[in-house]
Design a binder for this molecule. Sequence first.
Ligand code: SF4
Length: 142
Amino acid sequence: MTYLDWFDDHAKKHQKIIEKLTAKKLTKEEIIEYFVFENMVKYEPSFCPLYAQNKKCHEIEYLSCYFCACPHFRFKDSGIEKIEEKTKYSFCAINSKDGSEGVYGDAIHQDCSKCLVPHTKKYVTKNFDQDWKKAMSKCRSV
Ligand code: SF4
């Protein structure tokens, strides 16, 4: 699956949930709480493959799934730049101190496994947008 395939597919899933919650007239705060990991595992099992194993992508007590992936993630399926023999496909726009570059053969991908930036309640509240694609509008590097 390419980054773009995942991105478009995830946008649809996110939108469907938002439509359901707004039809029920949930407030912003209630929507944010709905996207907390434990609730999502219970009510939205198809949103993330990790839910089937009840496994968090980051071992933290409060984990918001609202901004999965991350508004600061940048990707380009055809490659962003060539670095010697390797191709870089993604990077972090804010150069998070907890992010890193993962090298997989001749491919370089941003590794966010140790970064918690988009998963906290504070971040989601501050950057909240019901339109996930709008919130993620800078992720696609063209
Ligand atoms: S390293 Fe952190 S801030 Fe940067 S793209 Fe990944 S999750 Fe987002």
